[in-house]
Design a protein around this ligand. Structure first.
Ligand code: ATP
Ligand code: MN
Length: 226
C-alpha cells in the first residue's frame, strides 16, 4: 500500500483525520518528520465522466503522452503524478501553492494549509463568513491575477479550474490548490481554459464588489506578454 511505502520513505509518519472527502479524491491531515502537519491527497477512483474530461486535459500535453490504452488504475497514478508535477512547476516559479513533498502511486503528500489539522477556509467560505473586507478582497483579486500571469509566464501553465473553490485564504493571503488538471500553455485548449479561469475569477470578485478589470483586457495582456 502506498501509505506504507511513504512511511518507509520517511515522507509520512501518521494519518490523522479526513479533511475533505470528494468524489475522486480524499484529503487527509497527516504528520511527517518533526511532527510537521501534512496534507495527504489520495486519489480513489475516476468516474467515467471524469475520465472523459481527463483525456481532454491529457491529450496533446507532451508531458503525458503515454496515457493511451492504460488501465483505470494506471490512469489514476498518472493523474496524481500530473498534480505533483504541476505543483512542482508552480512552486518553483514562486506561485503560492502547497509545497509538494512526496508522491507514491495515487498518494500525494504536500504542505498542510491551516493550523493543527484545521484547514484554512476556501476563498468562497472566507467571503461568505464575512471575514474579508472590500480592501482584502481587492488585494486578493490583484494577487490572483498576478498568480495567473506568473503561471502562464514563469511556469508555462494554465490552471484550468480556477475559482473561489480552489483558492484557500491562509495568513491573509491566497493559496492556489487543486492543480491536477492544469495544462501546459502548448496544450491545444490552453487558451480556452485560461479564458474560463479569468472569467470565473472576474465573476466572483465583481459580485463581491471589487472594481475588476475587463476579462478580455486581462487575457490579451497575458497573451501579448508571451
Ligand atoms: P473537490 O472535488 O472537493 O474540489 P478535489 O479532488 O478537487 O476535491 P482538492 O480541491 O485538491 O481536491 O482538495 C479538496 C479539499 O481539501 C479542498 O477544498 C480543501 O478544503 C482541502 N485541501 C486540499 N489541499 C489542501 C492542503 N494542502 N491543505 C489543507 N487542506 C487542503
Ligand atoms: Mn477542488
Amino acid at each position: 500500500m502506498s501509505v506504507i511505502e511513504l512511511s518507509s520513505r520517511g515522507c509520512l509518519k501518521s494519518l490523522k483525520g479526513v479533511v475533505s472527502s470528494g468524489k475522486e479524491a480524499r484529503v487527509y491531515w497527516g504528520k511527517g518528520k518533526d511532527n510537521r502537519d501534512l496534507a495527504v491527497k489520495i486519489y480513489l477512483t475516476l468516474t467515467s465522466e471524469f475520465r472523459r474530461s481527463m483525456i481532454k486535459y491529457l491529450a496533446g500535453d507532451p508531458r503525458f503522452d503515454e496515457y493511451r490504452g492504460l488501465s483505470p488504475k494506471k490512469l489514476i497514478y498518472i493523474w496524481a503524478r500530473k498534480e505533483f508535477s504541476n505543483l512542482n512547476r508552480m512552486f518553483s516559479a514562486g506561485i503560492r501553492v502547497p509545497e509538494p513533498l512526496c508522491l507514491e502511486k495515487n498518494v500525494l503528500v504536500m504542505e498542510f494549509i491551516g493550523y493543527d489539522g484545521k484547514r484554512a477556509p476556501l476563498l468562497k467560505e472566507a467571503y461568505e463568513m464575512g471575514e474579508l473586507s472590500i480592501d482584502d478582497l481587492e488585494k486578493i483579486y490583484w494577487w490572483v491575477i498576478e498568480a495567473i500571469r506568473k503561471m502562464v509566464k514563469d511556469a508555462g501553465l494554465v490552471h484550468g479550474d480556477l475559482s473561489e473553490y480552489n483558492i484557500m485564504i491562509f495568513e491573509e493571503s491566497p493559496v492556489i490548490i487543486d492543480v491536477s488538471q492544469a495544462v501546459s500553455i502548448d496544450h491545444p485548449n490552453s487558451r480556452e481554459f485560461l479564458k474560463q479561469d479569468i472569467y470565473n475569477i472576474t465573476r466572483f470578485f465583481s459580485k463581491a464588489g471589487v472594481d475588476v478589470e475587463e476579462p478580455s483586457t486581462i487575457l490579451s495582456d497575458l497573451l501579448e506578454i508571451n
